[in-house]
Design a binder for this molecule. Sequence first.
Ligand SMILES: [Zn+2]
Length: 343
Amino acid sequence: MKKQMRKRVNPLSGWTVHRAVMMVLIAGFPILLSGCPKNETPQPRVSMSNTPATNSLPPIPTGFNGERAMDHVRKQIEIGPHPPDTPELARTRSYIISELKSYGLAVHSDDFTAATPQGEKKMVNIIAEVPGETKDVIVVASHYDTKYFKDMRFVGANDPASSVATLLEIGRVLGSVREKPKVTYKLVFFDGEEAFCENWDDCGSEGAPDNTYGSRHYVSQLKEKNEVGNTRALILLDMMGYKNLELGRDTMSTRWLQDIIWQTGRSLGYTDVFTDRPEGVGGDDHEPFLRAGIDSVDLIQLNGYPYWHKANDTVDKISAQSMRIVGETVLASLPKIADHLAK
Ligand SMILES: [Zn+2]
């Protein structure tokens, strides 16, 4: 595992960079060059949109690597079950944070205390930021806690290791793109999505459910900081790494957002994955966002996953390809969603 800080790398090949730099120089950079002090060779920002060479440059490859994502799944499973407020979840968190930092992303964590059926628990959301040209924000998120089971060793390969892994790999790709995106992207890892009681609705009360602790805290912070308005969309990943991946349309999700992702996935050739069957989820981390009026979509395969909350939600059920399909589709959808928001 790489531990050292990695600079943002230019995704363009040496030849195209050289050529683009030449075009930039021709376009008027000599004035800047001659004005610079010695030993400080200026690094012209190669812009995909502003250089005259735009049309001849290849598009930035998304570069999502499914094998890297598989590695992240294995690392989380090696740590063992990691419900909220355990040393194992702290280890998982350190892993996520050090990975995100190694991609050159700004990372911060938000600590809070949650009242649960098992008493007060310390929880921590992790937030990485890819600054854009505007303050408008698209959040891409996953929870990173595993569900607590008293008598079962539950490692959660699909729930949540695969979505955490996919979000990390999305972060790596976004961190490698030099061009500033139109809007700001926030990659958020929620603590405490899972219920402490056996079933989703067994405990808790009206307005204080026993689940989605991290996402509810996140939205409460948005309200406190007056940031609900500029948080324009949420893409939630949850249980999307099954080797027989087939995503239905979550019935709670915002239709236009879901449509963009479904159309993008199908245009990439994943017609069998992005199906039109309805997916009834009955609540997830997107619910607090929807309640706050933030358009949200959940990419989840709940009903077609027989190992959900079972001891055999293990690594053999997950595939690099499924995570790549979702990762590539989300990466390709982000600029389209930003365009839609700008209209
Ligand atoms: Zn779960």
